[in-house]
Design a protein around this ligand. Structure first.
Ligand code: SF4
Length: 336
């Protein structure tokens, strides 16, 4: 028997978008893109404005480690934000003005991105987040942090905040494997990640949870990476971001690479891994990213990652060739 989708288009010459059987899309993408989520949630594209609020990280200042994750740039993943010495409102306005020549910036989402954005006393956090809510055009807020930096008072406040705006908390997991976490000096375990992840929803507040993963971490084979995807899929996160591990000059990983101790993923392997990962993630999980943005001038490898659009296109092609859509193999995982 034909599916409703097949019956609708039977006998016609179809574009890839029309023949796409995936439910959460209005294009040729066979996964739930962030753009599609923005359209459904806010009525159209939104500009995400990266901010550096001047926080540090417990994996740098000694609370749980020093030196940081081996791939961490000095800016704590906030390389596209303005310097923390620039007042928050000014950072927001400068970036919004810069983006407005290319994009519609009517709707904006301030993104507390650099370092660990819940790693400060609650009074300090409140001051920064409340200020950001008053910026013109704000429709939501994203806060990037570590799952081991979510004390109960902070989570209670975030819960209240999520009643006032569309709040997404982005948690760096990277890998579910504790031996990998130790190898990359991550400073927390899978168990600690789970505690923070679940605490965010303990009181039923509508905080959206986004989980970051990295493919290509030292010592991981395909099965290890896909096992992380399966475990995360079982948690049914609201959003997932998949990053390619970028080797940046001046990092511990950069030194390893230059000594020949680390080999980055090939383009073909990354594309295959991402496409397979998509088949395992729940169809309702928004895919926030499928590649990372490394700082071009500091990027040592992989060089192929500079051509991001072609990578995304080849992920699409592989999905079509295999008749894959997001979540096609997720049922078994979600039943558990
Ligand atoms: S948790 Fe983030 S900010 Fe902290 S060391 Fe790791 S990458 Fe850098």
């Amino acid at each position: 028997m034909k599916t409703e989708h097949e019956s609708k288009w039977a006998g016609r010459r179809l574009t890839q978008a029309q023949s796409n059987p995936f439910a959460y899309t209005d294009s040729n993408k066979r996964y739930y893109t962030y753009d599609y989520y923005l359209k459904r949630t806010f009525g159209g594209k939104c500009a995400k404005i990266p901010l550096d609020a001047g926080f540090t990280c417990p994996n740098i200042d000694g609370r749980c480690g020093t030196g940081g994750c081996i791939y961490c740039s000095g800016r704590g993943s906030g390389d596209f934000a303005r310097e923390a010495s620039v007042p928050l409102r000014e950072q927001y306005e400068l970036t919004r003005a810069a983006l407005s020549s290319k994009w519609d910036t009517t709707r904006c989402i301030p993104y507390f991105q650099a370092h660990t954005n819940t790693y400060a006393p609650l009074a300090v956090l409140k001051e920064k987040y409340e200020e950001a809510l008053t910026f013109p055009g704000v429709v939501g807020m994203n806060i990037a942090t570590r799952a081991d930096c979510l004390p109960r008072d902070t989570v209670a406040y975030l819960g209240a905040l999520s009643q006032r705006t569309v709040l997404t908390v982005e948690l760096g997991l990277q890998s579910c494997h504790d031996d990998t976490a130790a190898r990359i000096n991550r400073g927390h375990t899978w168990k600690q990640f789970l505690e923070g992840y679940h605490r965010l929803r303990e009181d039923g507040a509508p905080i959206l949870r986004c989980v970051h993963l990295i493919f290509g971490l030292p010592g991981e084979d395909d099965e290890a990476m896909l096992e992380t995807v399966r475990r995360v899929a079982a948690l049914r996160p609201d959003q997932v971001k998949i990053h390619l591990l970028h080797v940046l000059r001046g990092t511990v990983l950069g030194d390893m690479y230059e000594r020949g101790e680390y080999e980055p993923l090939s383009r073909e392997r990354y594309i295959s891994l991402v496409a397979r990962a998509l088949t395992l993630l729940p169809p309702e999980t928004v895919i926030g990213r499928l590649t990372g943005d490394g700082m071009a001038e500091a990027l040592l490898a992989p060089d192929w990652s500079r051509r991001k659009v072609t990578v995304l296109n080849d992920i699409d092609k592989l999905m079509v060739e295999n008749r894959w859509v997001q979540g096609i193999y997720a049922d078994e995982i979600l039943k558990k």
